[in-house]
Design a protein around this ligand. Sequence first.
Ligand code: SF4
Ligand code: SF4
Length: 326
Amino acid sequence: MDKPKLKLAVYWGAACGGCCVSVLDVHEKLFDVVALADLVFWPIALDIKYKDVEEMPDGHIDVTLFNGAVRNSENEHMAHLLRKKTKVLVAYGSCAHMGGIPGLANYTTKEEIMRRSYFDSESTVNPDKVVPLTEFDVPEGKLTLPTLYNDVRTLNQVVDVDYYLPGCPPQTERLVDVFMAIVTGAELPPKGSIVGARDKTQCDECLRKKTENKLVKKFYRPWEIQDDFETCFLEQGVICMGPATRSGCGVRCIVGNAPCRGCYGQAPDVTDPGAKMMSAIGTMIDAKEPEDIEKVIEDIEDPAGLFYRFSIPGSIFRRKLFKNEN
Ligand code: SF4
Ligand code: SF4
């Protein structure tokens, strides 16, 4: 008798949609996947309602790829629901893994975000100061919207996660490898593992030329200098997150001549990406006097955003605290 097909679900929380597109990117491998698995829930592609998921028995779904951070009540509800209905819950992509780009909202407040979006942005025309309401009465009944939270959270800050597949988005080849391992019953790594990545740093795999003890006098944004296409970005004065970032993506930005931005998350021996980058940069500054050092550091535009571009909710900082918050 044929082996029963695996039941697969894909869900997006606070995300841009890139992770869902990366799932579609399996191209012809989709036929292998479809031969082995039934997609039972995927809001971007299938018209299956939340109530259909609620009616599924607990543990009915074999694998859920949950992409996106948790930043509103709907994301949170779905995280709990899918956890209950799923045997293997995978945090798929940087946002579910570490908070990702939506996690940068943890540097501000939801009031500030609403004010900027609905009143102050250059393209907004809103003379009546209309803002989205979580409940609105219409003749047909009550319309509801999810509640936006002040705090963006990673998936594992909300529910128990079995595996993490990092990247913005994860590489499709890695997804297929992981999926095939689950389908074929190959030995899976221990629960909580980061799969589809390696235990080194990006620098360990990068082929750009490195010189020991190279010092820099000035830092630049990538567009401010002409890359020589062969020397380490940091040594050219361009911030690259390679020293702090886990490898496994095939140094894909660097081979495309762009510095790493850290989407695979911190490397295994790195406790905090910002601290690691500050220590890496601290050893490279060609200045001795505190005011000269400060001047060099000031060239680094938005270090908090740069060092934690994908990781602020999952980092030891978690978020910026404002008055009246705790
Ligand atoms: S800092 Fe970036 S460019 Fe330099 S070696 Fe590391 S990964 Fe390569
Ligand atoms: S090089 Fe860095 S930013 Fe680019 S995909 Fe790899 S980990 Fe992500």
